[in-house]
Ligand binder design. Structure first.
Ligand code: SF4
Length: 180
């Protein structure tokens, strides 16, 4: 696992400051703003938005074929409205303090030990050591949270399957049939 000091250095070299362009919260190319959420993140956003969980997230739109003609996907994604995240208001995020890991760490992500950097107009801007360290720590926490979610999904799938003939979401807390 990548150490925070080492990662801080690499992030600082790339440099980043959010320009509040909103591009990462809008669909600039197909699926570009799909934000995958664990069930805990769905609850966190729902609480911040004062909405029922079913109104903040929908099944992640990539389905696999399962046993007995079932179809299933893993986890959830933020609801979007005409291509924009439904929580984007002008240049502001309505659930900023409770935003999911992907939003917190954009345009960076870790793939194993490798830092992946997505296109973003805020890149190349000078950062303080503290700012870079905060991003590095968040990335390491995000990676651990994603690993825990994946492990939870494996555990669920070891004992449960999507119901025959149904479409379902599998997350770390269970298998949830969805309709429509
Ligand atoms: S939750 Fe906030 S930061 Fe994340 S995509 Fe939506 S508006 Fe953007």
């Amino acid at each position: 696992m990548r150490g925070v000091d080492d990662l801080t250095g690499e992030i600082r070299e790339r440099g980043f400051r959010c320009t509040r362009c909103g591009a990462c919260c809008s669909e600039v190319s197909e699926g570009s703003n799909l934000v995958i959420l664990s069930p805990g993140e769905v609850r966190q956003v729902a609480k911040a938005a004062d909405l029922p969980p079913g109104e903040v997230a929908e099944p992640y739109p990539e389905f696999l074929d399962g046993p007995g003609k079932s179809r299933y996907t893993f986890d959830w994604c933020l609801n979007r409205d005409e291509g924009h995240c439904r929580f984007l208001e002008g240049e502001k995020c309505r659930v900023y303090a409770a935003r999911p890991w992907i939003c917190r760490t954009y345009p960076f992500m870790l793939e194993g030990d490798r830092l992946i950097v997505s296109e973003c107009p805020g890149l190349g801007t000078e950062m303080t050591l503290e700012e870079a360290r905060a991003v590095a720590s968040a990335l390491i926490e995000r990676q651990a949270a994603e690993a825990a979610e994946e492990e939870g999904i494996r555990r669920v799938l070891s004992t449960t399957s999507p119901p025959p003939g149904e479409t379902a979401v599998v997350d770390s807390e269970g298998v949830w049939p969805v309709h429509g």
